[in-house]
Design a protein around this ligand. Structure first.
Ligand code: C5P
Length: 223
């Protein structure tokens, strides 16, 4: 069974997806981390962000793998081509690179295929931008999670501090979120948008536990 959770950056998708997966005993797939890993590799290799063929080549020839921190069932470590990039994919540089890189059709083609292969191997909570619309349109549970721009920016700042990556400027984060939403929503291939049959949840001002419980209830209904 697939639970698809889509929405803009910082809406709480990762926190919610991991908690729902733990509660239901599902695995969890963070597709944003996959696009970030390809963006990291493209930056490392000096591939221009408008070169669809070269970006596609990067995506097809570098294996992305997830690893576990001991004692945690949800994978938190990310590798590309055998190199650990868990923290390196969360920098401001990769925040800027990831939207243009993920707009490349050949990158999307390569990653969507991998995501389908991974998801079909078991019960998964899959989070991203196009999971309910493109990757798993047949998913029995689809959620489109949003929050206000300001709340999303505050969360992203806190998340980086919690991850020990260091502090980032709130105004810069807010501007980056809006810029990424704009690119993600307006791109030609798989734009960010709710599936027609997605349940829309706004997490602004809500306890995250309530949102998690609501999604678990949707999963119970669908089983
Ligand atoms: O979820 P996260 O903020 O880590 O995603 C980073 C970027 O990856 C997004 O801004 C978007 O450009 C891209 N992405 C995507 N499709 C997905 C997941 C992420 O295009 N399914």
């Amino acid at each position: 069974m697939i639970i698809a959770i889509d929405g803009p950056s910082g809406a709480g998708k990762s926190t919610v997806a991991k908690a729902v997966a733990k509660k239901l005993g599902f695995s969890c797939l963070d597709t944003g981390a996959m696009y970030r890993a390809i963006a990291w590799q493209a930056v490392a290799d000096g591939v221009p962000f408008d070169d669809d063929a070269a970006l596609g080549q990067v995506a097809r020839t570098h294996e992305i793998a997830f690893g576990h921190v001991e004692g945690d069932p949800v994978p938190k470590r990310v590798f590309i081509g055998g190199v650990e990039v868990t923290d390196a994919i969360r920098t401001a540089e990769i925040d800027r690179a990831v939207s243009p890189v993920s707009a490349a059709p050949s990158v999307r083609e390569a990653l969507v295929e991998q995501q389908r292969r991974i998801g079909r191997a078991g019960d998964y909570v899959v989070e991203g931008r196009d999971i309910g619309t493109v990757v798993f349109p047949e998913a029995p549970v689809k959620v489109f999670l949003t929050a206000s721009d300001e709340e999303r920016a505050h969360r992203r700042v806190r998340q980086n501090v919690d991850r020990g990556i260091g502090s980032i400027d709130y105004d810069e984060v807010l501007a980056d979120l809006r810029r990424r939403d704009e690119i993600d929503s307006s791109r030609a291939t798989s734009p960010l948008r709710p599936a027609d049959d997605a349940v829309r949840l706004d997490s602004t001002g809500r306890y995250i536990e309530d949102v998690i419980d609501e999604i678990c209830a949707l999963a119970d209904e669908a089983r």
